[in-house]
Design a protein around this ligand. Structure first.
Ligand code: XMP
Ligand code: MG
Length: 187
C-alpha cells in the first residue's frame, strides 16, 4: 500500500453513492430504469449504486475500448461488447467510473441516443473536468477530482487495484500507469 495514497475513503464513497442514489430515485419517481454499466471500471460503483435504487431496475453492460494505450483516450472508441437489451423507448442511465477527456462518453452517448431511448442520462462516480477535450457534462457526478491518476473501487492500473475498497492516488511510477504528466500528485 505504500505506493498508494487514499484520496476518497470508504466512508466518503458510501455517503457519496447514497446521495447520488437519492437524487436518481427522486428524478425518476418510480419509473423503470435500465442501468448500463461501462466495463470494466464501473462494476463496483454500479453494484453499490443499484442496491440503493428503489424503482424497478434492469441491468446491462457495455464494453468499450479506445485505440491507443489503456490509460490515454485516443478519441476513437470501439464497442467490444454491445448491450444485450434493446433500449428503444426505455429510460437509460449510463454508469461510468470516471470521465476524463470525455471522449468515451461522448461517443457512447451519441451511439445510444441514436437507438431512441425514452431518456438517456449519465452518472459517473468521478469527474476530472480539467482534462476535458470535448464538451461533455454528466447528469450525476459523485466526486470532482484534480488531474490525478486514481485506482481502486473498480478503477485499475494495468488491471490491478480494482478490488480496493477506496479510491487511491498512485504515488510512484508504475508499469501500466501513465506518467505523472499534468497534475501534481498529493504527498
Ligand atoms: P475519457 O478520457 O474518454 O476516458 O473520458 C474515460 C476512461 O479513461 C480511463 N481513465 C482512468 N482510469 N484511473 C483509471 O483507472 C484514472 O485516473 C483514469 N482516468 C481515465 C477509464 O477507463 C475511463 O473509463
Ligand atoms: Mg481503465
Amino acid at each position: 500500500m505504500e505506493k498508494l495514497e487514499v484520496l476518497i475513503t470508504e466512508e466518503q464513497l458510501r455517503s457519496g453513492v447514497a446521495e447520488l442514489a437519492e437524487r436518481i430515485n427522486r428524478d425518476y419517481n418510480g419509473e423503470e430504469l435500465l442501468v448500463v454499466g461501462i466495463l470494466r471500471g464501473a462494476f463496483v460503483f454500479l453494484a453499490d449504486l443499484v442496491r440503493r435504487l428503489t424503482m424497478p431496475v434492469v441491468i446491462d453492460f457495455v464494453a468499450v475500448s479506445s485505440y491507443g494505450d489503456d490509460t490515454q483516450s485516443s478519441g476513437v472508441v470501439r464497442i467490444l461488447k454491445d448491450l444485450d437489451e434493446s433500449i428503444a423507448g426505455r429510460h437509460v442511465l449510463l454508469v461510468e467510473d470516471i470521465i476524463d477527456t470525455g471522449l468515451t462518453l461522448k461517443y457512447l452517448y451519441e451511439n445510444l441516443k441514436a437507438r431512441h431511448p425514452a431518456s438517456l442520462k449519465v452518472c459517473t462516480l468521478l469527474d476530472k473536468p480539467s482534462r476535458r477535450r470535448v464538451d461533455f457534462n454528466p447528469d450525476y457526478a459523485g466526486f470532482t477530482i484534480p488531474d490525478y491518476f486514481v485506482v481502486g473501487y473498480g478503477l485499475d492500473c494495468g488491471q490491478r487495484y480494482r478490488n480496493l475498497p477506496m479510491v487511491c492516488v498512485i504515488r510512484q511510477e508504475q508499469e501500466g500507469c501513465p506518467p505523472f504528466a499534468g497534475g501534481e500528485q498529493p504527498r
